[in-house]
Design a protein around this ligand. Sequence first.
Ligand SMILES: [Zn+2]
Length: 439
Amino acid sequence: MRKFRGLLFLALLVKLMAQEVAAQEPSHAAAQPIVIRAGTLIDGKSDQSRRDQVIVIRGNRIESVSDGASAKIPSGATVIDLSNATVLPGLIDSHTHIFLQGEDPAKGGYDANILMQPLALRAARATVSARRALEQGFTTLRDLETEGAGYGDVGIKEAVEAGYIPGPRLLVSTRAISTTGGYPLEGYAPELDMPKGAQIVDGPVEARKAAREQLDHGADWIKVYMTHRSWVGKNGELASQPTLTVEELRAIVDETHGWGKKVACHAYSGTGLHRALDGGCDSIEHGLDLDDAAVAQMLKQGTWYVPTISVYYTDWAPADTPNGQRDRLRASAHEISFKKALKAKMKIVFGTDMGGIPWTEPIAQEFSHMVDFGMSPMDAIQSATSRAAVMLDMEGKIGVVVPGALADIIAVDGDPLRDIKVLEKVDFVMKDGSVFRSK
Ligand SMILES: [Zn+2]
């Protein structure tokens, strides 16, 4: 008990010190305003870009945005000249895994990550993932589970917020939830009690308890796996195994909504996808095969769609194998689903599944897939800015360059409305009023 009290005291001390660091930041920054001269501004919300804008930042907030000709520059302001660049809000990736590293199957893949790597090593690598995201202009991530690293994401989030490590603003979902037979590690001798990449529940009581535990330990979102695996079905369809029942999911959704939070559901197709919608999921992740009934229900319920296209174009197995055929079907079904969702004006939000993709690759590659499938570049940008902010209940705070918003601002060379690929080369990153990167 005494030892426990000592630990508690230590934890409290760390927390107080962290708060002190955090408290010092804005007041120091507030003393000196920063002015950004933007050659072109895409503010995240308007459908048109604007030329020659002046953005005044005080502390961690945007104070004003005005036309260059009429703008008043506050005295003593530090001026950042981005008059040859396109300025945008900090980007938001709403589906990442900072605790995954695109595990190479040849090196033991997903299983080795859980079985061989000490948690401290995984946490250290997660800090690198977080920094990589910030370097690329992603100032907010919704990180959708730690894949066996427990509540590690809560710790990384605290470290970023306290200023110990650089990283995006993190909304975390901790352990995620699936059912018996619904998540790896799998395929080991039944006598072995193997660790799982998600919290396993069976029955509404266990489901609700898992949600309570995760929310209690700091989850901002609850992540649920509503389907598991996928293969080419008897009739050539994309088949997947349903996991939670509607009753189990409803218990989780009811509990999570009671805490004022939302539920993100991994769902590919068929029964599992329909249970996800019947159970009241707030966002459908992947949604590889959205049939017409699913599209109609998502529109009716206002469900968010986070397609994560890029990850289904990596690591295809050879075409003449069952897995290779499945990989190709996943991509082709997904393209059809995305186009249906676009046509139906569904609320599509940018997400990549980074971590499933190595963090060394450009996060912004997802934009190219969206635009290739018919989304306008401005719509794609809004899916990673203002629209994502609404899903994350941070409307007006992030994803926009407007007065009162947090000062998360990036800049690129060139015009992303003409060539979306320029978003893969971000030259300037400001998060919370502090410049993290400047060419
Ligand atoms: Zn994922």
